[in-house]
Design a protein. Sequence first.
Length: 166
Amino acid sequence: MIAGALALSLMATVVSCKKETKTESSTSTDTLATVMPKDSAAMPKTDSASASSTAVTENIITKNVGKYPHDIKLFEDKSITERLKKLVGTQYDEMVKNFDVESPITSENGIYKLTGCKQHDCPGYSTDIYFDSKDNNLNVLIDQNGKLTDFSEKKKITVTKSLKAK
């Protein structure tokens, strides 16, 4: 039984090493990621925004719930990067450089959340990007050592506690 557990542990280590190598992106060679179960990433997430008759803006964010920003090459998507550059201005390059440790794209009631932080210093530099598909509105929140800078494209997006926690 111990030998079986040891073999399983060794196999998990080998698989995770292969996954880390595979998930490297052009924006960071030190990207860490957690492997999502295939069915959760492949199953489209539905929320009240997609079920309503309200016009919903579709883009690389809304089409990729459950996927990691580096996997979909978020910062290579011209329509999003132009908006982000305009929104955060001179902080854009630093934000992208420090978007290393990522969480998958999550969604709730038509609001989408992307999170990334500086590897080995997540509390020191982290970024939350929110997208409201109903209003086609982007917000960015950058936390640098506890100093929060909030950028709003049109207006501040109201985010629920449960989405903040995701």
